[in-house]
Design a protein around this ligand. Structure first.
Ligand SMILES: Nc1nc2c(c(=O)[nH]1)N[C@H]1C(S)=C(S)[C@@H](COP(=O)(O)O)O[C@H]1N2
Ligand SMILES: [Mo]
Length: 339
């Protein structure tokens, strides 16, 4: 997705086969004479990009943030989905506040402070709400949801989230009739987030990262505020302590580490749309018929068990397979112009 800082994104997943990515990176490391020698930090982090697909020898050392166990109602969604291994969910991430490489979030976020936290619900509501870290884990009934996750970069995972419907929180805030949209904002803290302190590290994004939904999308039962995954609280790289999960939309809509939810009358600005309007729309519904200007959205690389060589290419599906739940939200809309 990176468009302003070409360095790491030059080797884009969708432009090269996984094999050629693997070999070109390995060759570079070899030429630098650092494949077997002690790796300098930067090379180490490049190496990790394929290390995580290595299966048995998956890295363990770097995931040191302590997560706590959560109890949740069993899943009513996706009980039959083959899951992406937890290790990959924890080490292959997009969270530009911690760097643009897939391994950067786990490398750079382990000391991120999530407690105390404050999430505010403001704007066109009768009852503004402020939630603490404990409120996030205790005020609503937590439920496990196994969802497909489809990144706009054409890779996908299946993740067992824990959380509660965003609609439960919005209803508690009692929206005014004039509320039509919901805006979300990530924490702004350049001291903790190196990507916010440096344009280079942060991929040229103007922080804080912002996202938005139409109110009816926000109230759909699938729309989840997640506080955990794989039975435990979220790790920082996945958006601790609370992040949005909108499974029928491209991953960039699922904003992480949220501090503000604001109800308003007009469509809010969204980070990737501000950065590249023609490439990333407000709706961003998964749609295999509408390609990204620079690559096809017809298929995706599913990140499952095993090495990158065995990761399978699979067809992408309309609304990421959630047609029954959400197609009615877009009745009569042209989903090509409203991409
Ligand atoms: N604040 C913030 N939220 C973000 C992002 C980001 O860079 N910053 N990346 C998005 C993208 S592009 C994706 S695919 C998902 C990835 O979520 P995961 O790393 O937990 O799988 O987070 C989304 N939320
Ligand atoms: Mo993404």
């Amino acid at each position: 997705m990176l468009i302003r800082v070409p360095k790491k994104s030059e080797i884009k997943e969708h432009e090269l086969t996984p094999e050629s990515v693997y070999h070109s990176r390995r060759d570079i490391l070899k030429k630098l004479g650092i494949v077997t020698a002690t790796l300098p930090f930067a090379a180490q982090s490049q190496a990790n990009i394929f290390d995580i697909f290595g299966g048995d020898d998956e890295k363990k050392a770097d995931v040191i943030f302590e997560r706590s166990a959560l109890t949740a109602k069993p899943s009513i969604y996706g009980a039959d989905l083959p899951l992406t291994p937890e290790k990959k969910v924890l080490t292959y991430n997009n969270f530009y506040e911690f760097g643009t490489g897939k391994n950067d979030p786990v490398e750079n976020s382990q000391s991120f402070s999530v407690d105390p936290w404050k999430l505010e619900v403001t704007g066109l509501v009768n009852n503004p709400i402020s939630l603490t870290y404990d409120d996030l884990l205790k005020r609503f009934t937590l439920e496990e949801r196994l969802y497909r996750m489809r990144c706009v970069e054409a890779w996908s995972m299946n993740i067992p989230w824990i959380g509660f419907s965003l609609g439960d929180l919005i209803r508690a805030a009692d929206p005014l009739g004039s509320a039509k949209y919901v805006a979300f904002e990530t924490l702004y803290d350049p001291k903790q987030m190196p990507g916010q302190a440096s344009q280079f590290v942060g991929g040229g994004i103007d922080y804080p990262y912002v996202e938005g939904l139409r109110l009816d999308e926000a109230m759909n039962d699938l729309t989840l505020l997640s506080v955990g995954l794989y039975g435990q609280t979220l790790a920082p790289q996945n958006g601790a302590p609370v992040r949005l999960v909108v499974p029928w939309k491209y991953g960039f809509k699922s904003i992480k580490s949220i501090v503000k939810i604001h109800l308003l009358e007009s469509q809010p600005a969204t980070t990737w749309n501000l950065l590249a309007r023609h490439e990333y729309g407000f709706y961003a519904n998964v749609n295999p018929q509408v390609d990204h200007p620079r690559w096809s959205q017809g298929s995706e690389r599913f990140i499952g068990e095993g090495s990158i060589f065995s990761s399978r290419r699979q067809p992408s599906t309309m609304f990421n397979g959630y047609q029954d739940e959400v197609a009615s939200l877009y009745k009569g809309m042209d989903l090509r112009s409203n991409y």
